[in-house]
Design a protein around this ligand. Structure first.
Ligand code: CAA
Length: 699
């Protein structure tokens, strides 16, 4: 007869003769919230006091073993018992304790396993220390126990990369003692019996010796200093792992302090905002309704975007019909897709066999007629309204009823495109970011007449493609490109007024962007911005200070950036160098406009650039183009290389505060009152003392 005691609502004990099972049941991911911590502590204490069980096995119900500490508790006053204390109690248990891990044993979950006296992995298990991705470090013994189990270099690798280690590798490294292919419950009973029968050895991790490796620690510290100087918790990881050669209690103290210090940083808050934001963007009613089935996708256009989109679909196992007007374009598209997939093989994302299978799912075709049976068409031809309208008009007659017709336009009016069909309810924008098979952002643009199930299909597709789908309303540039068009101007104004392109880039790279705006321009091709400026010339506000003087002159020389060998920088075999010809152009433009150059500090550059970004981001929220501030933040993290540890432009804005932002804009407006205007929403927030975080909560 089974004897089950409910320790609390999340933890139960089941006794079977000499075996006691401790079962964790805290959906969705068995995080170690306060109730779980308390329950584990009480269960171990109770079983030790009773002294009847001869072995204890811990396993979890549901899709995964413990996936870590409960992130929602971070930043709030800590509730006892603390996780490290609970794990110390588990490790000190007089009755041997084993753990059975399945799914993803991450952070505090993996640390729970390490505190037990033997570990069993269920096939498919992944273990990881992802705290670094949240601006933290393992805070429940991971930096002390893993070195004892698997050595210092492996601990540094896991704790600094946050990567999930597959069960096979975990077994090889001695992180788990066994890998079995059964249910967690069966495995727990079997392993417990094996302990009783002397077939599975148990030991306390604290009693294992750490093999010192000062060189690995020093090399890693030096590498971090050079490459990740600004990331607080990375350095703390090294500090804590270095302490693992001390007695465990001392090492744990150092780890705890490092963990608490990391918890106080804005980086931790930014990264946790990113974690929840990534999930929040699809947590809206528009994403959750019924969706249409997508079994085959047509992609129109074999250029960089079309090929990237097709690659992304193939990587997700969705058959693609790629359509071009001429054989040459089609061949180029197929070649690009093949190259993209080969790149995925090289990066270890897929095997050569999987690549071949993906290519078999690609049907290159000439003529739109072949799209008659696809479930979704994504048009990715060049940005010209009449061309798009012509294509959608044709799709209207060719495509089957219920097929979804999407445009990858990055700024054109999706409603106008939709109205070139007599099924505008089936039309939406699916705006991918280049390279489309790599960048995770997908703006899902809702037309005025887009049907709810079409919109929901956009979100379902984003999920299948492993992208982050963000809802956007129709406007010039949607969320991302509209904000970009605004904040790219102060980068140019700063150069006109005295900074060099390199100083602007360096300052923003110092802020955390992977590349400054001039380097990004060079990479994307300066001709793109040039074309946009020409397109918008006729409608440009006559009072606006023109930002394109320097860039136009660079383009007139054909120096379109990286692809031309030069732009703001000169590209060759060596690292890019600032282009001296550009410096001459800048001097000439300043002279022509009568500008006396002045100096800017890096901080001033960052402030102006970021304030401009925040201003337009606020307007995008204000007019409903983005549903909430968090949607804007995720667009920037996943589509524009915004530093993840800063959480996104509007999360960052909260760290400055609306009052200070209004004061800054008012100050800048003394130089250029046309460009620098306080958005009414920001003024209201400053007056009322509210934040973008309040708006996210629906306040
Ligand atoms: N705490 C609280 N909630 C969590 C959570 C956690 N550690 N991990 C996941 N969740 C929530 C998610 O927010 C999501 O909630 P909603 O459904 O309300 O959006 C839900 O659980 C399911 O998560 P996913 O949608 O991400 O599900 P998935 O199956 O795609 O992925 C996962 C599962 C791999 C576990 C993934 O959720 C994940 O990576 N979680 C974070 C793991 C982590 O970082 N753990 C370390 C925590 S820090 C720590 O442990 C410190 C320490 O040393 C003591």
């Amino acid at each position: 007869m089974t004897d089950v005691t409910q320790v609390n609502e999340k933890i139960s004990i089941e006794r079977q003769g000499d075996i006691a099972l401790i079962i964790i049941d805290n959906p969705p991911v068995n995080a170690t919230g306060q109730v779980v911590r308390q329950g584990l502590q009480d269960a171990i204490t109770r079983l030790n006091e009773e002294g009847t069980a001869k072995v204890i096995a811990i396993y979890a119900e549901g899709r995964t073993f413990v996936a870590g500490a409960d992130i929602t508790e971070f930043g709030k006053p800590p509730q006892p018992p603390a996780l490290p204390d609970v794990y110390n109690i588990i490790e000190a248990s007089q009755i041997p304790v084993i753990s059975v891990m399945h799914g993803t044993a991450l952070g505090g979950g993996f640390e729970l396993g390490m505190a037990t006296h033997a570990r069993i992995g269920i096939k498919g298990l992944r273990v990881g220390l992802p705290e670094i991705l949240l601006g933290l470090l393992p805070g429940a013994g991971g930096t002390q126990r893993l070195p004892r189990i698997a050595g210092i270099p492996f601990t540094l690798d896991m704790a600094l990369s946050g990567r999930q280690v597959k069960a096979e590798e975990a077994l090889e490294k001695g992180v788990i003692d066994r890998l079995v292919d059964t249910t967690p419950r069966e495995a727990a009973l079997q392993a417990a019996q094996d302990v009783l029968d002397g077939k599975l050895a148990t030991r306390r991790t604290s009693e294992l010796q750490v093999e010192r490796d000062d060189k690995a620690l020093e090399d890693t510290a030096a590498k971090l200093k050079a490459k990740q100087a600004h990331l607080f918790s990375s350095h703390k990881v090294v500090e804590a792992v270095a302490a693992s050669s001390l007695p465990l209690t001392e090492g744990l103290k150092i780890e705890r302090q490092a963990f608490l210090d990391s918890m106080q940083t804005p980086q931790r808050a930014g990264l946790i905002h990113a974690f929840f934001g990534e999930r929040a963007v699809s947590g809206i009613p528009e994403a959750k309704g019924d969706s249409r089935e997508i079994n085959k996708i047509g992609v129109i256009g074999g250029g960089t975007m079309g090929s990237g989109i097709a690659t992304s679909c193939l990587l997700a196992g969705i058959p693609v019909r790629l359509v071009e007007v001429a054989q040459e374009g089609l061949d180029r598209g197929v070649a690009t897709i093949t190259k993209n997939l080969e790149g995925a093989v090289k990066r270890g994302k897929m095997t050569a066999e999987q690549k071949d299978a993906a290519l078999k799912m690609l049907e290159p075709s000439l003529g739109l007629e072949v799209l008659s049976d696809v479930d979704l068409v994504i048009e990715a031809v060049f940005e010209q309204m009449d061309v798009k309208k012509d294509i959608f008009g044709k799709l209207n007659t060719i495509c089957k009823e219920g097929a979804i017709l999407a445009s990858n336009t990055s700024y054109l009016d999706v409603n106008e495109i939709a109205d070139s069909t007599d099924r505008p309810q089936d039309v939406l924008g699916l705006h991918f970011f280049s390279p489309a098979h790599v960048m995770r952002l997908l703006e899902i643009v809702q037309g005025a007449k887009t049907a709810p199930d079409v919109l929901a299909t956009g979100f379902a597709l984003a999920k299948r493609l492993k992208k982050v789908g963000v809802l956007a309303q129709v406007c010039d540039g949607f969320i991302g490109n509209r904000i970009l068009a605004h904040y790219s101007k102060p980068a140019s104004y700063l150069v006109l007024d005295g900074a060099s392109p390199q100083q602007v880039d360096d300052a923003l790279e110092g802020f955390g962007f992977a590349m400054g705006p001039h380097k990004v321009g060079d990479l994307a091709g300066l001709d793109i911005g040039w074309m946009t400026r020409k397109r918008k010339a006729a409608t440009r506000d006559p009072n606006e200070r023109y930002a394109g003087d320097v860039a136009d002159k660079i383009c007139e020389n054909g120096w379109f950036g990286r692809k031309a060998g030069q732009g703001y920088y000169i590209y060759g075999d060596a690292a890019p160098e600032p282009n001296p010809e550009v410096a001459k152009i800048i001097d000439a433009v300043r002279a022509e406009k009568g500008i006396t150059p002045r100096t800017f500090t890096d901080a001033e550059i960052v402030d102006r650039y970021m304030t401009a970004m925040i201003v337009e981001a606020t307007r995008v929220v204000e007019d409903g183009t983005a549903k909430r501030p968090v949607d804007v933040d995720m667009v920037f993290l996943f589509g524009y290389g915004f530093p993840r540890f800063r959480g996104g432009p509007l999360h960052y804005a909260d760290t400055i505060g609306a009052k200070e932002l209004v004061a800054r804009i008012t100050e800048y407006a003394k130089e250029d009152a046309n460009y620098w205007q306080v958005p009414p929403l920001l003024q209201k927030m400053a007056d009322e003392g509210t934040t973008f975080a309040d708006l996210n909560k629906g306040a």
